[in-house]
Design a protein around this ligand. Structure first.
Ligand code: SF4
Length: 421
């Protein structure tokens, strides 16, 4: 009974709420109502029609259905990091809309009209208020070795409870996870999980690390921060795998909550970022420097895509920037591209290209440089930069030998950069 009252209240506010949205009208004709009812009664049993995914409701003779998308919007909590633009944005549209908001979460800086979403598809302007459509809605959860992220200098061999939602502010033509990153929240059926539940599940499965990964986790920053807070209470660490496009304030909040960040530096060229990723390079460089200045462990990955970002000149510029701006101790991974998404016409990156990039980086002075996505390549192993001995050996994503003790090389006792315990 109490539940029915609650639903009835929801129904009334829903009518008012939908008056302000243009994308869908939910008053249905008597015929449509009867058709819906006819479909639902066999499922729910005669006389009981309050069931998912459609809830048919009665309200003073009026009725309509609550779709999954409606539920998604109605249950979306208020987002952080946005501003109201007041009277609208001149020049963007001839129409002055009074409830346009600007999302301040990432460098795309979307202006979002009422009832619309940002570029990442996960943040929606609902009656002048920005809401997160992915809070509490993970679409993928797996336990991975932390080497898969990849983190090679952060608790090697640890299990990472890895979690993703849908959505991404970028449009990388080579995306390796496009089914998740380019999806909208309603494209997946999900089981909602509170931040507390996620942290508890990770602890129960004895994963010492929670990884935010697969899609671009910036789009679920609010959820991520809450999970990291719960994880810390249980003594777990949290790590982020990101494109680095977030703005300074959310990244500062993330650095307070997280323990390690891996940034994809996709290429050292503005035109590459613009044409292949639909984003800008500058904010990514700024984010990498910000993480390097924080107490958070940092690693960088460069996915080398044949013909697009693999020129010796571009690779050299990238190495020089890393060396000068974040220093020789930040691990750098040159990873192999495999044809995917919109770049099925390109071959996988030749291993020789990755080896050449690694040799160049080490020759310039970077201490920890890896060949990624090539299982069993010796470039997966960590060498002590001082005595040259292999201190961590890896087969595929698995650690087979560790000769780092107390953060030092077991052979020459010099310090190895990273987080080891
Ligand atoms: S997080 Fe999404 S909505 Fe916000 S600015 Fe970036 S792309 Fe736009």
């Amino acid at each position: 009974m109490q539940q029915d009252k609650l639903r009835l209240r929801t129904t009334r506010s829903f009518v008012a709420y939908h008056g302000g949205l243009k994308y869908k009208k939910h008053m249905v004709s008597r015929r449509e109502f009867l058709l819906k009812l006819a479909r639902l009664v066999p499922l729910a049993g005669a006389g009981v029609v309050l069931c998912d995914p459609f809830r048919v409701l009665f309200d003073d003779g009026l009725s309509f259905a609550l779709t999954e998308q409606d539920e998604l919007v109605l249950s979306a909590p208020k987002a952080r990091y946005w501003a109201s633009t007041g009277r609208g944005v001149e020049g963007v549209s001839h129409e002055h809309r009074s409830r346009v908001v600007r999302c301040l979460l990432c460098a795309q800086g979307c202006f979002i009209g009422e009832g619309e979403r940002g570029r990442c598809r996960t943040r929606m302007n609902v009656k002048g208020e920005l809401r997160s459509l992915v809070y509490g809605r993970p679409i993928a959860i797996h336990i991975d070795p932390i080497e898969k992220k990849p983190f090679y200098h952060f608790l090697p061999g640890s299990a990472a409870y890895s979690l993703a939602t849908s959505g991404c502010p970028l449009r990388c033509k080579f995306c390796q996870n496009w089914e998740m990153s380019q999806a909208a929240p309603e494209d997946y059926r999900v089981e909602r999980k509170t931040a507390e539940t996620v942290a508890l599940n990770a602890a129960t499965l004895q994963a010492p690390v929670i990884a935010f990964t697969y899609n671009e986790p910036t789009v679920f920053t609010e959820y991520l921060l809450d999970i990291a807070g719960e994880a810390r209470k249980l003594g777990l660490r949290s790590v982020l795998v990101t494109c680095g496009l977030m703005n300074e304030t959310p990244l500062a909040d993330m650095c307070r909550a997280l323990d390690a960040v891996k940034v994809d530096l996709k290429g050292y060229s503005e035109s590459f970022y613009r044409n292949v990723c639909g984003a800008e390079l500058k904010p990514v460089l700024r984010s990498i420097k910000q993480v390097a200045r924080s107490r958070v462990h940092l690693e960088i990955v460069n996915l080398v895509v044949p013909t697009l970002n693999d020129s010796d000149e571009m690779v050299k510029d990238l190495i020089t920037w890393v060396l000068n701006e974040v220093g020789p101790d930040v691990p750098l991974h040159f990873s192999r591209f495999h044809p995917n998404y919109q770049l099925l016409n390109l071959p996988p990156t030749p291993v020789a290209t990755l080896e050449r990039a690694r040799d160049a980086a080490m020759a310039q002075g970077l201490r920890y440089v890896y060949v990624g996505n090539v299982p069993d390549h010796p470039g997966n192993n960590t060498r002590c930069p001082y005595c040259g001995k292999e201190v961590i050996k890896r087969t595929s994503f698995f650690v087979t030998e560790v000769h780092v003790k107390g953060g030092r090389c077991a052979f020459c006792r010099r310090k190895i950069a990273g987080v080891w315990g």
